[in-house]
Ligand binder design. Sequence first.
Ligand SMILES: [Zn+2]
Length: 462
Amino acid sequence: MGMGIMKDGSKYLGVPTSWGKSKQETLGYIRDRIMAKLQGWKQMIMNPTGKEVLIKDVAQAIPTFPMSCFKFLKMLCQKISSDICRFWWGEKEKGSKIHWIRWKELNEPKECGGLGFRDLQAFNIALLAKQFGRMVQEPNSLWAKVLKASYFPNSSPWEARSGASPSWIWSSLLEGGELLKKGSHWRVGNGGSINVWEDKWLNVRDGFISPPPLVPSNGMPPLKVSDLFQEGVREWDEDKIEALFSREVGSAIQMMPISWTGREDAQVWGLTSSGLYSVKSGYHLAFQLTQRKNRGQDSLATDLCSLLWKKIWHLKVPPRLKHFLWRIIRNAIATIENLFARKCARSPICGLCGAEIESIEHVLFRCEWTAEVWANSGFMFPSPVNRVVSIKRWMVSLIEDWGDRFSEKREIAQRAILSKGMTGLFPAQTECERTPQRLGIPWGVFGSSLFARDVPARIMGK
Ligand SMILES: [Zn+2]
Protein backbone atom coordinates (compact mmCIF):
# COMPACT_ATOMS: atom_id res chain seq x y z
CA MET A 1 0.00 0.00 0.00
CA GLY A 2 3.02 2.21 -0.10
CA MET A 3 2.90 2.90 3.62
CA GLY A 4 6.11 3.17 5.54
CA ILE A 5 6.56 1.37 8.82
CA MET A 6 7.21 3.58 11.82
CA LYS A 7 10.37 2.76 13.68
CA ASP A 8 10.41 2.47 17.43
CA GLY A 9 11.19 5.78 19.06
CA SER A 10 9.88 7.88 16.19
CA LYS A 11 7.52 10.75 16.87
CA TYR A 12 4.35 12.10 15.31
CA LEU A 13 3.46 15.74 15.97
CA GLY A 14 6.15 15.73 18.62
CA VAL A 15 4.63 12.82 20.53
CA PRO A 16 6.25 9.36 20.56
CA THR A 17 4.39 6.82 18.42
CA SER A 18 5.13 3.88 20.66
CA TRP A 19 5.01 3.74 24.39
CA GLY A 20 7.21 1.71 26.64
CA LYS A 21 6.07 0.41 29.95
CA SER A 22 7.19 3.45 31.88
CA LYS A 23 5.24 6.65 31.29
CA GLN A 24 7.97 8.52 33.08
CA GLU A 25 10.54 7.29 30.57
CA THR A 26 8.40 7.93 27.52
CA LEU A 27 7.64 11.53 28.44
CA GLY A 28 11.18 12.11 29.66
CA TYR A 29 12.05 13.67 26.30
CA ILE A 30 9.99 16.72 27.27
CA ARG A 31 12.13 17.40 30.26
CA ASP A 32 15.22 16.96 28.06
CA ARG A 33 13.92 19.55 25.60
CA ILE A 34 13.23 22.05 28.35
CA MET A 35 16.62 21.37 29.93
CA ALA A 36 18.31 22.00 26.58
CA LYS A 37 16.60 25.38 26.30
CA LEU A 38 17.51 26.33 29.86
CA GLN A 39 21.13 25.30 29.32
CA GLY A 40 21.29 27.55 26.27
CA TRP A 41 19.88 30.51 28.15
CA LYS A 42 22.23 30.06 31.07
CA GLN A 43 25.08 31.22 28.84
CA MET A 44 23.35 34.57 28.44
CA ILE A 45 23.30 37.27 31.05
CA MET A 46 19.66 37.96 31.64
CA ASN A 47 17.62 40.27 33.82
CA PRO A 48 14.59 38.92 35.70
CA THR A 49 12.18 40.28 33.10
CA GLY A 50 13.91 38.43 30.30
CA LYS A 51 13.96 35.25 32.32
CA GLU A 52 10.29 35.62 33.17
CA VAL A 53 9.32 35.92 29.51
CA LEU A 54 11.44 32.94 28.45
CA ILE A 55 10.07 30.75 31.22
CA LYS A 56 6.44 31.63 30.56
CA ASP A 57 6.43 31.81 26.78
CA VAL A 58 8.98 29.19 25.85
CA ALA A 59 9.92 26.69 28.57
CA GLN A 60 6.48 26.24 30.06
CA ALA A 61 4.85 26.16 26.64
CA ILE A 62 6.90 23.18 25.41
CA PRO A 63 4.69 20.47 26.97
CA THR A 64 1.41 22.03 25.78
CA PHE A 65 0.68 19.46 23.08
CA PRO A 66 1.44 16.22 24.96
CA MET A 67 -0.27 17.70 28.01
CA SER A 68 -3.47 17.99 25.98
CA CYS A 69 -3.45 14.22 25.55
CA PHE A 70 -1.89 12.75 28.68
CA LYS A 71 -1.96 13.35 32.37
CA PHE A 72 1.69 13.80 33.31
CA LEU A 73 2.99 12.10 36.39
CA LYS A 74 3.31 14.39 39.37
CA MET A 75 6.98 13.49 39.65
CA LEU A 76 7.72 14.61 36.09
CA CYS A 77 5.93 17.94 36.61
CA GLN A 78 7.90 18.47 39.79
CA LYS A 79 11.21 17.71 38.09
CA ILE A 80 10.50 20.09 35.22
CA SER A 81 9.42 22.77 37.68
CA SER A 82 12.54 22.41 39.77
CA ASP A 83 14.73 22.69 36.64
CA ILE A 84 12.94 25.93 35.78
CA CYS A 85 13.11 27.11 39.37
CA ARG A 86 16.90 26.64 39.45
CA PHE A 87 17.18 28.62 36.24
CA TRP A 88 15.06 31.40 37.71
CA TRP A 89 17.11 31.83 40.86
CA GLY A 90 20.39 31.29 39.06
CA GLU A 91 23.17 28.78 39.41
CA LYS A 92 26.67 28.98 40.70
CA GLU A 93 29.58 26.78 39.75
CA LYS A 94 28.80 24.49 42.62
CA GLY A 95 25.09 24.00 43.13
CA SER A 96 22.37 26.58 42.87
CA LYS A 97 21.84 29.92 44.50
CA ILE A 98 19.45 30.44 47.35
CA HIS A 99 15.80 29.97 46.40
CA TRP A 100 14.26 32.73 48.44
CA ILE A 101 10.66 31.87 47.67
CA ARG A 102 9.15 28.44 47.17
CA TRP A 103 8.16 27.53 43.63
CA LYS A 104 4.54 27.00 44.67
CA GLU A 105 4.38 30.62 45.76
CA LEU A 106 5.91 31.82 42.50
CA ASN A 107 2.99 30.06 40.79
CA GLU A 108 0.56 32.46 42.46
CA PRO A 109 -0.75 35.19 40.17
CA LYS A 110 1.09 38.49 40.25
CA GLU A 111 -1.75 40.26 42.04
CA CYS A 112 -1.34 37.76 44.88
CA GLY A 113 2.39 38.33 45.30
CA GLY A 114 3.65 35.55 43.03
CA LEU A 115 5.04 35.77 39.52
CA GLY A 116 2.34 33.80 37.73
CA PHE A 117 4.62 30.96 36.61
CA ARG A 118 2.48 28.03 35.56
CA ASP A 119 1.72 25.20 37.90
CA LEU A 120 2.26 22.42 35.35
CA GLN A 121 -0.11 19.95 36.96
CA ALA A 122 -2.96 22.45 36.97
CA PHE A 123 -2.10 23.48 33.40
CA ASN A 124 -2.14 19.80 32.39
CA ILE A 125 -5.65 19.31 33.79
CA ALA A 126 -6.88 22.53 32.17
CA LEU A 127 -5.66 21.31 28.77
CA LEU A 128 -7.25 17.88 29.28
CA ALA A 129 -10.53 19.58 30.17
CA LYS A 130 -10.46 21.37 26.82
CA GLN A 131 -9.97 18.03 25.09
CA PHE A 132 -12.86 16.48 27.02
CA GLY A 133 -15.03 19.42 25.98
CA ARG A 134 -14.10 18.80 22.34
CA MET A 135 -15.10 15.16 22.69
CA VAL A 136 -18.53 16.24 23.95
CA GLN A 137 -18.99 18.87 21.26
CA GLU A 138 -17.83 16.71 18.37
CA PRO A 139 -19.59 13.40 19.01
CA ASN A 140 -19.37 12.48 15.32
CA SER A 141 -15.62 12.78 15.02
CA LEU A 142 -13.81 9.48 14.65
CA TRP A 143 -11.82 9.75 17.87
CA ALA A 144 -14.94 10.62 19.92
CA LYS A 145 -16.78 7.64 18.38
CA VAL A 146 -13.91 5.29 19.21
CA LEU A 147 -13.83 6.47 22.81
CA LYS A 148 -17.61 6.22 23.14
CA ALA A 149 -17.66 2.68 21.77
CA SER A 150 -14.89 1.65 24.15
CA TYR A 151 -15.82 3.40 27.38
CA PHE A 152 -19.38 4.72 27.47
CA PRO A 153 -21.48 2.99 24.78
CA ASN A 154 -24.74 3.42 26.69
CA SER A 155 -24.37 6.70 28.52
CA SER A 156 -23.44 10.33 27.98
CA PRO A 157 -19.77 11.37 28.26
CA TRP A 158 -20.65 13.13 31.50
CA GLU A 159 -21.71 9.86 33.06
CA ALA A 160 -18.74 7.90 31.72
CA ARG A 161 -16.62 6.06 34.28
CA SER A 162 -13.05 4.89 34.07
CA GLY A 163 -13.92 1.19 33.91
CA ALA A 164 -11.76 -1.73 34.97
CA SER A 165 -8.59 -1.12 32.97
CA PRO A 166 -8.79 2.26 31.32
CA SER A 167 -6.09 3.37 28.90
CA TRP A 168 -3.82 6.21 29.93
CA ILE A 169 -5.50 8.53 27.44
CA TRP A 170 -8.98 7.76 28.74
CA SER A 171 -8.16 8.17 32.43
CA SER A 172 -6.37 11.42 31.54
CA LEU A 173 -9.42 12.71 29.67
CA LEU A 174 -11.69 11.81 32.58
CA GLU A 175 -9.62 13.99 34.88
CA GLY A 176 -10.15 16.85 32.47
CA GLY A 177 -13.87 16.03 32.52
CA GLU A 178 -13.89 16.27 36.31
CA LEU A 179 -12.53 19.81 36.11
CA LEU A 180 -15.13 20.71 33.50
CA LYS A 181 -17.88 19.39 35.78
CA LYS A 182 -16.55 21.41 38.71
CA GLY A 183 -16.64 24.68 36.78
CA SER A 184 -19.84 24.06 34.82
CA HIS A 185 -23.55 23.90 35.40
CA TRP A 186 -26.43 22.66 33.28
CA ARG A 187 -28.74 24.79 31.23
CA VAL A 188 -32.04 22.94 31.33
CA GLY A 189 -33.50 22.15 27.93
CA ASN A 190 -35.57 18.98 27.58
CA GLY A 191 -34.23 17.83 30.98
CA GLY A 192 -33.45 14.35 29.70
CA SER A 193 -29.70 14.44 30.36
CA ILE A 194 -29.63 16.00 33.81
CA ASN A 195 -29.56 13.94 36.99
CA VAL A 196 -31.62 15.77 39.58
CA TRP A 197 -29.55 14.69 42.59
CA GLU A 198 -26.04 14.73 41.13
CA ASP A 199 -25.79 17.53 38.59
CA LYS A 200 -25.66 21.25 39.21
CA TRP A 201 -28.69 22.70 37.48
CA LEU A 202 -30.67 24.77 39.98
CA ASN A 203 -29.77 28.45 40.14
CA VAL A 204 -29.81 29.81 43.70
CA ARG A 205 -28.24 32.89 45.20
CA ASP A 206 -24.77 31.34 45.64
CA GLY A 207 -24.61 29.81 42.19
CA PHE A 208 -25.72 26.52 40.72
CA ILE A 209 -26.41 23.49 42.91
CA SER A 210 -27.99 20.07 42.78
CA PRO A 211 -31.14 20.54 44.87
CA PRO A 212 -31.24 18.72 48.21
CA PRO A 213 -34.16 16.30 48.73
CA LEU A 214 -36.80 17.14 51.33
CA VAL A 215 -35.85 14.06 53.37
CA PRO A 216 -32.08 13.61 53.27
CA SER A 217 -31.34 10.07 52.27
CA ASN A 218 -28.51 8.22 50.59
CA GLY A 219 -30.79 6.06 48.53
CA MET A 220 -32.77 8.53 46.44
CA PRO A 221 -33.90 6.79 43.25
CA PRO A 222 -32.24 8.23 40.14
CA LEU A 223 -34.33 10.98 38.62
CA LYS A 224 -33.94 13.13 35.53
CA VAL A 225 -35.06 16.75 35.45
CA SER A 226 -37.52 15.82 32.70
CA ASP A 227 -39.26 13.57 35.29
CA LEU A 228 -40.25 16.76 37.12
CA PHE A 229 -42.22 18.00 34.09
CA GLN A 230 -45.93 17.36 33.68
CA GLU A 231 -46.72 14.46 31.41
CA GLY A 232 -46.66 15.65 27.79
CA VAL A 233 -46.61 19.35 28.72
CA ARG A 234 -43.64 21.63 29.12
CA GLU A 235 -44.50 22.73 32.62
CA TRP A 236 -43.25 21.86 36.10
CA ASP A 237 -45.26 19.24 37.97
CA GLU A 238 -46.13 21.11 41.16
CA ASP A 239 -47.30 18.06 43.10
CA LYS A 240 -44.14 16.09 42.39
CA ILE A 241 -41.93 19.02 43.29
CA GLU A 242 -43.82 19.63 46.53
CA ALA A 243 -43.40 16.00 47.51
CA LEU A 244 -39.66 15.88 46.83
CA PHE A 245 -38.28 19.26 47.89
CA SER A 246 -38.58 21.85 50.63
CA ARG A 247 -40.84 24.81 49.93
CA GLU A 248 -37.85 27.10 49.31
CA VAL A 249 -36.15 24.74 46.87
CA GLY A 250 -39.46 23.94 45.21
CA SER A 251 -40.25 27.55 44.49
CA ALA A 252 -36.72 28.10 43.15
CA ILE A 253 -37.29 25.21 40.74
CA GLN A 254 -40.64 26.55 39.62
CA MET A 255 -39.15 29.95 38.96
CA MET A 256 -36.95 28.39 36.29
CA PRO A 257 -38.31 28.86 32.79
CA ILE A 258 -38.62 25.71 30.68
CA SER A 259 -37.46 25.72 27.09
CA TRP A 260 -40.41 25.71 24.68
CA THR A 261 -38.40 24.27 21.85
CA GLY A 262 -37.25 21.27 23.87
CA ARG A 263 -33.63 21.85 22.93
CA GLU A 264 -30.93 19.55 24.27
CA ASP A 265 -29.62 20.19 27.79
CA ALA A 266 -26.26 21.89 27.69
CA GLN A 267 -23.31 22.25 30.00
CA VAL A 268 -22.35 25.88 30.50
CA TRP A 269 -18.88 26.83 31.70
CA GLY A 270 -19.43 29.23 34.59
CA LEU A 271 -16.07 31.00 34.62
CA THR A 272 -16.23 32.95 31.37
CA SER A 273 -18.87 35.44 30.34
CA SER A 274 -19.48 33.55 27.10
CA GLY A 275 -20.10 30.26 28.93
CA LEU A 276 -17.45 28.65 26.73
CA TYR A 277 -14.48 26.91 28.24
CA SER A 278 -11.07 28.56 27.97
CA VAL A 279 -7.80 27.00 29.10
CA LYS A 280 -7.00 30.19 30.97
CA SER A 281 -10.15 30.07 33.12
CA GLY A 282 -9.80 26.30 33.53
CA TYR A 283 -6.22 26.74 34.71
CA HIS A 284 -7.39 29.33 37.19
CA LEU A 285 -9.89 26.89 38.68
CA ALA A 286 -7.48 23.92 38.64
CA PHE A 287 -4.82 26.04 40.32
CA GLN A 288 -7.21 27.18 43.04
CA LEU A 289 -8.19 23.59 43.70
CA THR A 290 -4.57 22.53 44.17
CA GLN A 291 -3.71 25.33 46.56
CA ARG A 292 -3.53 24.67 50.24
CA LYS A 293 -6.44 26.36 51.97
CA ASN A 294 -4.61 28.38 54.61
CA ARG A 295 -1.45 29.39 52.89
CA GLY A 296 0.75 31.79 54.80
CA GLN A 297 -0.33 33.75 57.84
CA ASP A 298 -0.52 37.15 56.27
CA SER A 299 -2.01 39.69 58.62
CA LEU A 300 -2.67 42.15 55.81
CA ALA A 301 -6.12 41.98 54.27
CA THR A 302 -6.13 40.18 50.94
CA ASP A 303 -7.65 43.06 49.00
CA LEU A 304 -5.05 45.50 50.32
CA CYS A 305 -2.33 43.09 49.30
CA SER A 306 -3.70 42.64 45.84
CA LEU A 307 -4.04 46.43 45.49
CA LEU A 308 -0.41 46.80 46.47
CA TRP A 309 0.74 44.24 43.91
CA LYS A 310 -1.41 45.71 41.18
CA LYS A 311 0.05 49.16 41.82
CA ILE A 312 3.57 47.84 41.82
CA TRP A 313 3.27 45.81 38.61
CA HIS A 314 1.62 48.77 36.88
CA LEU A 315 4.24 51.31 37.92
CA LYS A 316 5.69 53.07 34.94
CA VAL A 317 9.28 52.29 35.81
CA PRO A 318 11.71 49.86 34.17
CA PRO A 319 10.59 46.25 34.75
CA ARG A 320 13.73 45.29 36.64
CA LEU A 321 12.84 47.88 39.28
CA LYS A 322 9.41 46.34 39.68
CA HIS A 323 11.10 43.01 40.16
CA PHE A 324 13.32 44.55 42.76
CA LEU A 325 10.31 45.98 44.64
CA TRP A 326 8.70 42.55 44.41
CA ARG A 327 11.78 41.00 45.97
CA ILE A 328 12.06 43.41 48.86
CA ILE A 329 8.38 43.12 49.72
CA ARG A 330 8.62 39.34 49.53
CA ASN A 331 11.74 39.56 51.74
CA ALA A 332 13.64 37.64 49.07
CA ILE A 333 16.89 39.52 49.54
CA ALA A 334 20.21 38.55 51.03
CA THR A 335 19.96 40.54 54.23
CA ILE A 336 22.18 39.29 57.03
CA GLU A 337 19.04 38.25 58.91
CA ASN A 338 17.92 36.06 56.02
CA LEU A 339 21.39 34.65 55.51
CA PHE A 340 21.67 33.90 59.21
CA ALA A 341 18.34 32.06 59.09
CA ARG A 342 19.83 29.90 56.33
CA LYS A 343 23.03 29.37 58.30
CA CYS A 344 25.05 31.42 55.85
CA ALA A 345 26.05 34.12 58.34
CA ARG A 346 27.45 33.90 61.85
CA SER A 347 25.30 36.63 63.33
CA PRO A 348 22.13 38.39 62.19
CA ILE A 349 23.36 41.81 63.39
CA CYS A 350 23.94 44.63 60.91
CA GLY A 351 27.61 44.73 59.98
CA LEU A 352 27.61 48.49 59.52
CA CYS A 353 25.93 49.93 62.60
CA GLY A 354 25.88 46.87 64.87
CA ALA A 355 22.74 48.22 66.51
CA GLU A 356 20.04 45.89 65.24
CA ILE A 357 19.35 42.72 63.35
CA GLU A 358 19.86 43.45 59.68
CA SER A 359 16.32 42.88 58.46
CA ILE A 360 15.04 44.22 55.18
CA GLU A 361 13.47 47.14 57.04
CA HIS A 362 16.70 47.83 58.86
CA VAL A 363 18.88 47.83 55.81
CA LEU A 364 16.50 49.92 53.72
CA PHE A 365 15.26 52.36 56.34
CA ARG A 366 16.26 52.07 59.94
CA CYS A 367 20.02 51.64 59.77
CA GLU A 368 21.62 54.94 60.68
CA TRP A 369 23.65 54.79 57.48
CA THR A 370 20.54 54.39 55.39
CA ALA A 371 18.41 56.87 57.32
CA GLU A 372 20.90 59.53 56.34
CA VAL A 373 20.23 58.82 52.69
CA TRP A 374 16.50 59.23 53.14
CA ALA A 375 16.92 62.36 55.24
CA ASN A 376 18.79 63.98 52.36
CA SER A 377 16.49 62.70 49.69
CA GLY A 378 13.90 65.39 50.17
CA PHE A 379 11.02 62.91 50.11
CA MET A 380 7.97 63.61 52.22
CA PHE A 381 6.78 60.26 53.46
CA PRO A 382 3.57 59.76 55.43
CA SER A 383 5.50 58.29 58.34
CA PRO A 384 9.13 58.66 59.41
CA VAL A 385 11.25 56.05 57.67
CA ASN A 386 13.28 55.22 60.74
CA ARG A 387 10.13 53.74 62.28
CA VAL A 388 9.30 51.39 59.43
CA VAL A 389 8.50 48.01 60.96
CA SER A 390 7.09 46.20 57.95
CA ILE A 391 8.04 47.17 54.43
CA LYS A 392 4.79 45.74 53.13
CA ARG A 393 2.64 47.80 55.47
CA TRP A 394 4.74 50.85 54.74
CA MET A 395 4.16 50.46 51.01
CA VAL A 396 0.44 50.02 51.60
CA SER A 397 0.28 53.16 53.73
CA LEU A 398 2.14 54.96 50.96
CA ILE A 399 -0.49 53.89 48.48
CA GLU A 400 -3.32 54.86 50.82
CA ASP A 401 -1.76 58.20 51.60
CA TRP A 402 -0.98 59.07 48.02
CA GLY A 403 -4.26 57.59 46.79
CA ASP A 404 -4.91 58.39 43.16
CA ARG A 405 -1.88 60.61 43.01
CA PHE A 406 0.08 57.36 42.96
CA SER A 407 -0.34 57.35 39.23
CA GLU A 408 0.39 61.01 38.57
CA LYS A 409 3.36 61.71 36.43
CA ARG A 410 5.38 63.60 38.96
CA GLU A 411 4.80 60.83 41.45
CA ILE A 412 5.87 58.27 38.91
CA ALA A 413 9.12 60.08 38.48
CA GLN A 414 9.59 60.08 42.23
CA ARG A 415 8.67 56.44 42.42
CA ALA A 416 11.27 55.68 39.80
CA ILE A 417 13.92 57.43 41.82
CA LEU A 418 12.68 55.76 44.97
CA SER A 419 12.94 52.27 43.61
CA LYS A 420 16.19 53.11 41.89
CA GLY A 421 17.51 54.31 45.19
CA MET A 422 16.53 51.05 46.78
CA THR A 423 18.14 49.08 44.01
CA GLY A 424 21.22 51.12 44.58
CA LEU A 425 21.37 50.04 48.18
CA PHE A 426 21.29 46.46 47.01
CA PRO A 427 23.47 45.78 44.05
CA ALA A 428 23.28 42.30 42.57
CA GLN A 429 24.23 40.42 45.70
CA THR A 430 22.24 37.35 46.44
CA GLU A 431 25.15 35.01 46.95
CA CYS A 432 25.28 33.07 50.12
CA GLU A 433 28.73 34.33 50.98
CA ARG A 434 27.73 37.98 51.08
CA THR A 435 29.52 39.93 53.78
CA PRO A 436 29.66 43.67 54.27
CA GLN A 437 33.23 43.61 53.04
CA ARG A 438 32.13 42.08 49.78
CA LEU A 439 29.35 44.54 49.28
CA GLY A 440 31.51 46.90 47.31
CA ILE A 441 30.04 50.35 47.03
CA PRO A 442 26.30 50.22 46.78
CA TRP A 443 24.93 53.55 45.87
CA GLY A 444 21.67 55.31 45.59
CA VAL A 445 20.75 58.35 43.61
CA PHE A 446 18.17 60.61 45.17
CA GLY A 447 17.39 63.76 43.31
CA SER A 448 20.69 65.44 42.74
CA SER A 449 22.56 63.83 45.62
CA LEU A 450 24.76 60.83 45.22
CA PHE A 451 25.34 58.72 48.25
CA ALA A 452 27.52 55.76 48.75
CA ARG A 453 27.20 53.33 51.60
CA ASP A 454 30.78 52.30 51.82
CA VAL A 455 32.88 49.82 53.71
CA PRO A 456 33.68 50.36 56.43
CA ALA A 457 30.37 52.01 57.07
CA ARG A 458 30.58 55.49 55.71
CA ILE A 459 28.03 57.41 53.78
CA MET A 460 29.58 59.73 51.35
CA GLY A 461 27.52 62.56 49.90
CA LYS A 462 28.34 64.33 46.72
ZN1 LIG B 1 22.68 48.98 60.45
